[in-house]
Design a binder for this molecule. Structure first.
Ligand SMILES: [Zn+2]
Length: 265
């Protein structure tokens, strides 16, 4: 069974073309599993193929708000139904990306509808213009709160790479969404308050590989192998025993991405 879950990585990115299989073998040895995330149709297709090949890889298929291909790809629906696809995304709002707000909202809503329709959780990406207004977080939450009113717990998901504040965090938890923290928490204490605030059954660990490697790998290519550093840091910030946090993060990944436990057992 897997001991560590990196719930957000991009193993199909070209960054791993030279050693993808070695990375995955090393992950297996260390009992690390990951959800490898697509950002458009082509990458989503690759993530599904990789997940079908390896026990410790699960896929997430969707369209990142940065993707310029602005009408939602019908072909994604077929991929979404694959049994190794455990979530839909990454989708959301990115106010530093090129597509207009209007297009981004349309794409985001079509993926929310898809996720609700097939009963899978969402993997949400949010990037605000600044850390004062948190505009994209607020708009994302306005949308999700409306869906939550209408669909209740049929709507579920995770806010990946959380970099908001406690006010934003409360709204996320209020609709039953989880949050995951990435390597950024190893080199800034800006989010410590949030890491401490999340209830132990709603927190998850991720790397967002190949981006933003944690200390002591900062500046290098990131890897799901380094999720251990994120787990260590979460335990340190929360001042809780490492094994307790490790178990909580493992349990949370299985519970909030229910298909993982069905496949893994
Ligand atoms: Zn990502």
């Amino acid at each position: 069974m897997f001991e560590y879950f990196d719930i957000h990585s991009h193993l199909c990115f070209p960054d791993y073309d030279s050693d993808r299989e070695e990375q995955i073998e090393e992950m297996k040895k260390n009992k690390i599993a990951t959800i490898s995330v697509g950002v458009d149709f082509e990458s989503s297709k690759k993530e599904v193929a990789l997940a079908e090949k390896h026990k410790n890889i699960f896929a997430c298929v969707g369209q990142h708000p940065e993707d310029q291909n602005n009408d939602f790809n019908e072909r994604l629906i077929e991929l979404a139904n694959n049994p190794k696809v455990v979530a839909i995304g990454e989708c959301g709002l990115d106010y530093k990306a090129k597509p207009t707000k209007e297009i981004q909202v349309k794409m985001f809503e079509s993926q929310i509808n898809l996720a609700i329709g097939i009963g899978k959780p969402l993997m949400i990406h949010v990037r605000s213009t600044d850390k004062i207004e948190y505009d994209a977080y607020k708009d994302t939450l306005n949308i999700l709160e409306n869906y939550a009113k209408k669909f209740g717990d049929k709507l579920s998901g995770n806010m990946h790479f959380f970099v908001g504040n406690t006010e934003i965090l409360k709204r996320i938890l209020n609709i039953g969404f989880t949050v995951s923290f990435a390597g950024v928490i190893t080199f800034t204490n800006e989010y410590d308050e949030c890491v401490k605030y999340v209830p132990s059954d709603m927190i998850m660990s991720e790397t967002d590989s190949p981006f933003v490697a944690p200390i002591p790998y900062r500046g290098k290519r990131n890897s799901p192998l380094y999720v251990v550093e994120v787990v260590k840091k979460i335990a340190e910030i929360r001042n809780e025993p490492f094994d307790k946090i490790k178990t909580a993060l493992q349990t949370n990944a299985l519970r909030h991405f229910p298909l993982i436990s069905t496949i893994a057992s």
